[in-house]
Design a protein around this ligand. Structure first.
Ligand code: C2E
Ligand code: CA
Ligand code: CA
Length: 745
């Protein structure tokens, strides 16, 4: 240790030498303790800053400030401690050596700060760093001591000397651990903990210094005269250094605190921003839920109304045109009833895609619920609306794969135009709805524009409902017409289908398509069907003479009636009242009605059949019933829908379908009726392929009771093989292939 100016000496000073007894000035010692505690506190605080600062440059600045605080504090503590050392000799300090010790302090301070700037410090790193810091502090201390100039010789006792180094290493180790602990937590307790830690560390470092001082022995040759040193000098210098260091440390602590506040404000601001954007997202998703349809992702009614209102204002300002289109998918209910709601949902999604793909990007497409859709488009001219509607309709007709089948769906469309058909959203929607109603009423798969006379029609419907109620009560306006169904094999009329008519005092004779829907939607259908049933049974009783004892009456039964338990009682009562055997009654039920609630329906149908009444499935082929269902139903007859007959013989596909239905029905031991036979080609085709019964204008239109008897007799007189045809008819015909022209339908 000689190179450091350290003379180690164990035991007593050499002979003839005098060991000086030195004291410490307690005030300066306390001051030095205060300085080191403040420095430790500042360094711990700055250490916390370094970890939390994200910007690399300000991190470096904090590191430099931290290193200066620590180094300055430790060095000041040491130097004030030295000044507190009172000897009976005048002492001075060698400036270059003192500055060099300050330099060493700065190096070890920087080293310490670098170490605590790490997020995690492995045990090896920790130990090495602690040794590094300890040695740094030790070197600074002993170098500082060696700057002391006096007539005395300095010796160091190895024991305390070693202990002082060990203590310095220990202080380094504790110093490295503290930031990790103090980083977590906040509040007054945490602050107290930080004060406590700083005081402990300060005590350790001061202890190191004291240990170093304790190891010092100042030795003088025995005859050297002793002089007292001027304690004032030391005091002044000590105070000056303490004040300067405390000022620097205080400024650093203030800077650190201000920065902390600023950072926490920034942090708060960031949190507020994050919260705001979360809130924004939540609002957006609420908006999505509130304004969009979850199934199709299209806008819902509410979303549509909002945009619609905006567009109306916009177009009012720019004097622009708009079209509102109401869409209703034709016979969608059948899909739901026959294939289930999941398939229905899939279909709706596919339909939504179709509509979207047929529209332009800035057109608004919405689903209003069920199978109702609405489109809003800006127009330049009237034709544009028609063009778009036609595009949607043809897009819709492309087959859709669903549940292993290919569906062809069609849609009915009603259109109203802004501004001519209405100025407000409500008015425009209502008018588009009226136009849609018109499209549906005219046989669906069409588009209609609103016209003011539709309004009159709508109010007419309302009125019709009232009047139908009265007509059912009065029993004078409703009538039943009969249409013959001929047995292909015998050529005789085997059955008569009962078809209701309404002799309206104002509108004349109304066909069912004008009022069945009204009856069904207003809860009148049960009464209406029951009335027809009783009247048909009564009329059959009247027709029973003249060799018509085996004539069967076929009565239509609405799907809605199949859910009524009283239906069986009604049937029994009607048969009984007319004194007609059950075998002469046939109920016609539509295909989709059967598919609704299959198990309930089967039960009800079985009960009806057990009475002896036969059952036929009407409009067959228009629904989506599977063969498996058909097998389970207690049926007697299948009535192939008119839509498959219309295009025969033009449509080879329809001909194939009809053949297939006949073969399938026969396999299931069911008879086949084909309705809507209008031409002899159709008759020939059906006869050839084994259809059992024919019904249609070719044979006769539906007629009132008073004309039926003569018609049936006329038909039965001829006994050709198959049915009579237009060629052999003596009755003048009118229109296409009509054999007997009845009165208005
Ligand atoms: P539907 O049961 O399919 O009846 C056959 C319809 O086709 C009848 O129309 C009939 O006049 C018509 N028709 C028959 N042959 C031909 C033909 O060769 N060419 C054409 N173009 N049409 C033909 P109508 O009488 O207008 O009845 C319409 C629908 O009203 C019936 O269809 C049936 O579903 C319903 N309906 C009729 N009466 C009743 C009833 O008492 N109760 C219930 N619930 N529905 C009824
Ligand atoms: Ca029918
Ligand atoms: Ca039918």
């Amino acid at each position: 240790m000689e190179w450091l100016g350290l003379h180690l000496l164990s035991g007593q000073p050499p002979e003839g030498m005098l060991l000086l007894d030195c004291m410490h000035n307690m005030f300066l010692m306390a001051l030095s303790y205060g300085v080191i505690c403040a420095a430790c506190f500042a360094t711990l605080d700055i250490g916390d800053r370094i970890i939390h600062v994200e910007n690399q440059r300000s991190r470096q600045r904090w590191q430099v400030l931290g290193a200066l605080c620590l180094a300055g504090g430790v060095w000041a503590m040491h130097f004030i401690g030295m000044l507190a050392f009172e000897t009976p000799l005048p002492v001075s300090y060698d400036l270059p050596v003192t500055v060099a010790s300050l330099f060493i302090a700065a190096i070890s301070g920087a080293f310490a700060i670098r170490a605590i700037s790490q997020e995690v410090l492995g045990p090896g790193q920790w130990l090495l760093s602690a040794i590094g810091i300890g040695l740094g502090v030790g070197v600074m201390h002993y170098m500082g001591m060696s700057a002391l100039r006096s007539p005395a010789i300095q010796y160091y006792q190895p024991g305390p000397f070693g202990l002082s180094i060990l203590m310095a290493v220990l202080c380094g180790a504790v110093f490295l651990l503290l930031p990790g602990y103090l980083r977590q937590g906040s509040g007054p307790f945490h602050q107290m903990l930080k004060y406590g830690a700083s005081m402990l560390l300060g005590a350790g470092l001061l202890g190191t210094h004291m240990m170093g001082m304790w190891s010092l022995m100042l030795v003088l040759p025995a005859n050297t005269p002793l002089q007292s040193a001027d304690p004032e000098n030391g005091m002044q210098l000590g105070l000056t250094i303490a004040i300067i260091s405390l000022l620097i440390i205080g400024a650093s602590i203030s800077a650190s605190m201000a920065d902390k506040k600023l950072q926490s404000k920034e942090h708060d601001l960031r949190r507020v921003n994050a919260l705001l954007s979360q809130l924004d997202e939540a609002r957006m998703s609420l908006q999505q839920v509130a304004h969009y349809d979850a199934l199709t992702n299209l806008m819902n009614r509410r979303g549509f109304n909002q945009i619609f209102a905006e567009k109306v204002t916009e177009h009012a300002a720019s004097a622009g045109m708009m079209a509102v289109m109401f869409l209703d998918i034709d016979h969608f209910k059948r899909i739901n009833d026959s294939l289930g709601h999941d398939a229905g949902d899939d279909l709706l999604k596919a339909i939504a895609d179709r509509i979207r793909s047929a529209t332009r990007a800035d057109d608004v497409v919405a689903r209003f619920g069920g199978d109702e859709f609405c489109i809003l488009i800006s127009l330049h001219n009237y034709d544009e609306a028609e063009h778009l509607a036609s595009r949607v309709m043809s897009k819709m007709k492309e087959p859709i794969a669903l549940a292993g089948r290919h569906m062809v769906m069609t849609t009915s469309i009603g259109i109203s135009i802004y501004p001519q058909d209405g100025q407000t959203c409500d008015e425009l929607l209502k008018h588009a709805d009226l136009a849609l109603y018109q499209s549906k009423g005219n046989g669906r798969n069409r588009l209609h524009f609103f016209s003011p006379n539709l309004k009159t029609k709508a109010s007419l419907e309302l009125q019709l409902e009232e009047e139908l109620r009265d007509a059912l009560q009065e029993d004078t306006q409703l009538q039943v017409y009969y249409q013959p169904i001929v047995d292909v094999r015998t050529g005789q009329v085997a059955k008569l289908e009962a078809l209701v008519r309404w002799e309206h005092p104002l509108h004349g004779l109304l066909t069912p398509d004008r009022f069945i829907d009204i009856a069904e939607t207003n809860g009148l259908i049960a009464d209406l069907d029951n009335w027809v049933l009783r009247r048909a049974c009564r009329d059959l009783g009247l027709l029973s003479g003249d060799g018509l004892e085996n004539l069967i009456i076929a009565v239509n039964c609405s799907a809605l009636n199949l859910t009524r338990e009283d239906l069986i009682d009604d049937v029994q009562a009607a048969l009984k009242a007319a004194n007609v055997p059950a075998r002469r009654l046939e109920l016609e039920v539509t295909e989709n009605a059967l598919m609704g609630n299959i198990s309930n329906t089967i039960g009800l149908l079985q009960q009806i059949r057990s009475l002896g009444v036969s059952l036929s499935i009407d409009d067959f082929g228009t629904g989506y019933s599977s063969l498996a269902y058909l097998k389970r139903l207690p049926l007697d007859t299948v009535k192939i829908d008119r839509s498959f007959i219309v295009d025969i013989p033009r449509s080879a596909q329809d001909m194939e379908i009809v053949q297939a239905i006949i073969v399938m029905a026969h396999t299931l031991h069911l008879k086949v009726v084909t309705e809507g036979v209008e031409t002899s080609q159709q008759k020939d085709f059906l006869t050839q392929y084994g259809c059992d019964y024919l019904q249609g204008y070719l044979i006769s239109r539906p007629l009132p009771l008073d004309q039926v008897l003569s018609l049936v007799q006329k038909l039965n007189v001829r006994k050709p093989v198959g049915v009579p045809s237009i060629e052999d008819s003596s009755v003048p015909s009118r229109g296409r292939g009509v054999w007997i022209q009845g009165p208005a339908r």
